[in-house]
Write a protein that binds this ligand. Structure first.
Ligand code: FRU
Length: 719
């Protein structure tokens, strides 16, 4: 591993104690002290700053402390909801640093003291508070401005925020050569391409520090990171600076405690994971997708493009809990072997990158295609102060460009999210299903578009929460008999019709999966053989690992006719059969055979930890049928026709008097498919490392076994 210590490329790390007083040198230049009756020579717009500097607190404000002299700039005039700006006259940057005192709300981009050069915001600092309560105390901060020396700049204080902590306090802005004290630290990094990763030491649960990356005056990434500030990292998170190769990248770390060594522990690396054996952790899922590092939730942008399946996912690269939502990215030739490519979408000034979908624009309706190649289009929710639906495009499936005219669908209500886009062939248009909460009702809005950029509201339907999906399936495999399925995050669904504008349900709301921890599943777009392949976020907890959560198996969805009407079936995709390495049976080649009453039939494959099992049986005179697999207990109750997996029961009817079941067991859980896929029971739970065997038993009678297979599976991980 290339362990060149970052400090060799640092400029100006603050190592001074947090609340040190600002001391002044004779040569310091005061840019704004806000001591007069009016702001002159600064100019104010809006109401928030009033007509002149405040003498401390304003009406209904908690005590304001920590400012310099008798007055300060305070944007609480008229309360939190007022907005406005304060702008300085132009001045020349003549010193190394600009120091200031700042307090109020922590809302980057909305509440900021900004340094503006040539019309661009080159630096900005926000307040300190983001929770009810807190303090109105101002704290010292500073910027290193050596790189702007000689330039003409202005300072601007903006208050564009409403609601709790919707104001900012600023005072005593001074240019100075000496390095001022402060909570803010700035590193300047230039990535030559040699070692593009910063490996950030993470301590799970440590206070969050805000890391802001600015390139060419623009914020390109902002993340709240549980930085290990002492020598106590749980793991290292790679921060990929490759996209800004050759540029000056300014990394600010806000609110760092005054440990001079904290940033020295960040190292530069050629590899994202210098670990010689990636994916070798004991609780790592072996054929369920999990991210190398960090937290994962919803699958996003599931699509087949240019000969590969693409799986994007909600990813926190810097922590093992939810936050900093990026779109992680992995590709696979077969839905089973996945290769991680690094994050594709990064949080920016429009917010975090929430869930969404992808389509191949075969006819290049969007115009993003190049040289006859259809573009891949991603739709995501930018979850910032406003929640908007946006697109990003690619022509190589590797690099993604956010559309300059985003958003494509404006906020309807706060929190609207998760666009799922499909092509509707009969009306030859695009359709977007988006989750919207309207007057406390969970609703899906449908929009239509000719070109993926311009969208028109078409209709809405109630009763679905988050992450909608909409697709058509043949009933019983008959292409002449097709029905539409509308589903959302819980995987509950309705079957009905869709005319390109509105969904008309023909069934009540029906249950989807019958197990635990399966959520926000999405179907793949553009699968070449027309199958509807579905994959869900599987809430598998893997304590003590540098990663958390995984995806379910890829599932094939079908619609079948049942006595109650059409129903979805969930079955594991056939590609998973490639993982079989060894097959065991009980030495009976003649089916059916009677499972003897009482005694368990056991099979052990020494050291095997991954299994697939298939069984078909008839109850006979037995009341119950039990399976034990790697410590998981599965029982089928013949009378109630219920399947009980680790104590969790679900209806699993016999079909034609028989039960057909498939089990997939990985290190992080078990998935059980029964009743020909009508009953799907995902069950997170780490397998017991000591229990490797398999057994089949019936304590009460002799069921008739019609078919049985036990397969040891190989790992699908790239090593
Ligand atoms: C569902 C969800 C989505 C949202 C995403 C954020 O799990 O809440 O609605 O887009 O997670 O990570």
């Amino acid at each position: 591993m290339n362990r060149a210590i970052l400090s060799t490329i640092l400029i100006g790390l603050s190592t001074l104690p947090i609340r040190a007083e600002i001391s002044h040198g004779e040569n310091d230049l005061v840019l704004g002290d806000f001591e007069g009756e009016s702001y002159d020579p600064w100019t104010a717009t809006g109401d928030a700053f009033g007509t002149g500097p405040a003498r401390g607190s304003l009406a209904s404000q908690m005590p304001v402390t920590g400012f310099h002299g008798a007055r300060l700039a305070n944007s609480f005039h008229g309360g939190d909801d007022s907005t406005g700006t304060l702008t300085s006259p132009p001045f020349a940057i003549e010193r190394n640093h600009i120091a200031f005192l700042i307090g109020g709300g922590k809302r980057p981009g909305k509440l900021e003291l900004q340094l503006v050069i040539d019309g661009q915001v080159v630096l900005g600092s926000t307040g300190t508070q983001d929770k009810p309560g807190g303090t109105e105390a101002l704290e010292p901060g500073f910027w290193d401005v050596r790189r702007f020396k000689g330039k003409t700049a202005t300072l601007r204080i903006i208050d564009e925020a409403k609601g709790g902590w919707g104001h900012i306090n600023v005072d005593h802005i001074v240019q100075m050569d000496a390095k001022p004290p402060g909570l803010w630290n700035e590193l300047s990094v230039n990535v030559s391409g040699e070692a593009p990763y910063l490996l950030i030491p993470i301590r799970n649960g440590a206070p969050k520090r805000t890391f802001t990356l600015r390139v060419d005056g623009k914020v390109v990434a902002r993340n709240d990171i549980e930085l290990a500030e002492a020598d106590d990292a749980d793991w290292y998170a790679p921060m990929d600076l490759g996209p800004w190769k050759g540029k000056d990248i300014y990394l600010r770390v806000d609110r760092l405690s005054p440990d001079p060594a904290a940033l020295d522990r960040i190292v530069r690396s050629r590899e994202p994971r210098p670990d010689p054996k990636p994916y070798s952790e004991p609780l790592r899922a072996q054929y369920h997708f999990s991210s190398a590092r960090g937290w994962l939730n919803d699958p996003n942008g599931c699509v087949f493009y240019n000969g590969e399946y693409h799986l994007f996912y909600q990813h926190n690269p810097y922590g093992i809990t939810w936050g900093n939502m990026h779109w992680g990215h992995a590709v696979s030739p077969d839905l089973v072997h996945w290769k991680e490519l690094g994050d594709a979408l990064f949080p920016d000034d429009t917010g975090m990158m929430y869930s969404g979908s992808a389509v191949v624009d075969w006819k290049n309706t969007s115009g993003f295609g190049k040289d006859g190649k259809p573009p891949l289009i991603l739709f995501y929710t930018a979850a910032g102060d406003e929640y908007t639906q946006c697109l990003a495009w690619s022509t190589d499936g590797r690099t993604f460009t956010k559309y300059a005219e985003n958003p494509v669908v404006k906020q309807v209500t706060h929190g609207n999210r998760d666009p799922k886009v499909i092509w509707h062939e009969p009306t030859k248009q695009w359709v977007m299903a988006v989750y919207v909460e309207l007057n406390k009702v969970h609703t899906i809005h449908f929009h239509t578009s000719p070109d993926l950029k311009h969208w028109t509201f078409a209709s809405k339907t109630d009763g679905f929460f988050e992450c909608p999906d909409l697709f058509e399936l043949p009933v019983d495999g008959d292409p002449a008999k097709k029905k539409w399925v509308l589903t959302a995050a819980s995987s509950e669904y309705q079957v009905g019709s869709f005319d390109g504008k509105a969904f008309k349900p023909e069934t009540p709301m029906l249950p989807g999966h019958r197990g635990k921890g399966f959520y926000a599943a999405q179907s793949f777009s553009d699968v070449p053989d027309g199958r509807r392949v579905f994959i869900g976020w599987w809430q598998t907890e893997t304590k003590g690992m540098p990663f958390n959560q995984s995806m379910s198996l890829p599932l094939e969805l079908n619609l079948v006719t049942t006595p109650d009407g059409p129903r979805l079936t969930f079955t594991p995709v056939k590609e998973l059969e490639k993982l079989r390495v060894k097959t065991l049976d009980f030495g009976n080649s003649d089916y059916p055979f009677k499972l003897p009453r009482g005694a368990a039939m056991s099979l052990t494959i020494a050291d095997a930890d991954l299994y697939e099992m298939r069984v078909e049986f008839e109850p006979g005179d037995a009341e119950q049928f039990e399976i034990e697999l790697r410590g998981h207990a599965i029982a089928y109750d013949m009378k109630t026709q219920q399947l009980i997996v680790n104590g969790h029961a679900a209806a699993a009817p016999l079909i034609g008097g028989r039960q057909r079941m498939t089990l997939y067991c990985d290190r992080n859980g078990l998935e059980v498919f029964a009743s020909d896929g009508q009953c799907y029971i995902p069950m997170p739970g780490n397998a017991d490392p000591k229990k490797r065997s398999f057994s089949l038993s019936s304590k009460t009678g002799t069921p008739l076994i019609h078919a049985f297979e036990l397969h040891e599976l190989r790992s699908a991980l790239q090593r």
